[in-house]
Design a protein around this ligand. Structure first.
Ligand code: ADP
Ligand code: MG
Length: 224
């Protein structure tokens, strides 16, 4: 199920405050690939990710997923669509502090009034090496462990795409390496496309398709 963006743009503010964060971006992302998007701070990376994933509405253009126009959906339908088809990993881990690791992981499924698949939960948490931490609260976990909980949460609903926005931005270099390694392997293992924003060249070089963004304009990095 490809993700297709056509002539996407995003303009913030009006008149003298006007910022063109994204300028006429068209792209098709095929299933199962690891795609990286690299670019300097303020270049429009997060804006693009928000538009591709149904978090924020574009000023112009369309996003189709499996030929369905995402922004033609109503608010409620769109948030259910997002929860069921996409997983998210952010720089700030965004775990709920009063819930255990397991409760945080299962949240997207529980919000859909479903029960988590226990066998899959076990497989996922074993894979991410956090099985022994499931009853812990986020503040009892290291940064790397918290982000691995967030990765498990991103995968629990068996999404087709994982969107990751600078997932290692708050981690030391050792935890960064582990999280990237596990996130990329887990996406393959569980069959999800991975779209990752980074400003780390070494991380983007691990991806199968490299995109770069500059002043809101997206382009392909040709492989050497
Ligand atoms: P990146 O993720 O590459 O650092 P962003 O997509 O967050 O960049 O931002 C792109 C541009 O849009 C920046 O100039 C930023 O200041 C502006 N911008 C982002 N969000 C908003 C907003 N909510 N209101 C106004 N301007 C914004
Ligand atoms: Mg950003």
């Amino acid at each position: 199920m490809p993700l297709q963006a056509e002539a996407l743009s995003k303009i913030y503010g009006t008149e003298s405050n006007k910022v063109t964060a994204l300028n006429n971006v068209s792209i098709t992302i095929e299933d199962g690939q690891f795609v990286s998007i690299i670019g300097p701070s303020g270049s429009g990376k997060s804006t693009l990710l928000h538009l591709l994933s149904g978090i924020d509405k574009p000023t112009g253009g369309t996003v189709l997923f499996n030929n369905e126009d995402m922004y033609a959906l109503g608010e409620k339908e769109l948030s259910a669509f997002r929860r069921q088809k996409f997983g998210f990993v952010f720089q700030q881990f965004h775990l709920i502090p009063i819930l255990t690791a397991e409760e945080n992981i299962c949240m997207p499924v529980l919000l859909d009034r479903k029960q988590p698949d226990q066998e899959y939960l076990r497989e996922l948490t074993d894979f991410l090496e956090i099985s022994g931490r499931l009853s812990h609260l986020p503040h009892e976990l290291s940064g790397g462990q918290q982000q691995r909980v967030a990765v498990a949460r991103a995968l629990i609903a068996k999404p087709q795409i994982i969107f990751a926005d600078e997932p290692t931005g708050n981690l030391d270099s050792k935890s960064s390496k582990e999280v990237i390694e596990l996130l990329t392997r887990a996406s393959k293992q569980f069959g999800a496309t991975l779209i990752m924003i980074t400003h780390d060249l070494a991380i983007s070089q691990l991806s199968e398709r490299r995109l770069t963004i500059s002043d809101g304009v997206l382009s392909e990095v040709e492989s050497q």
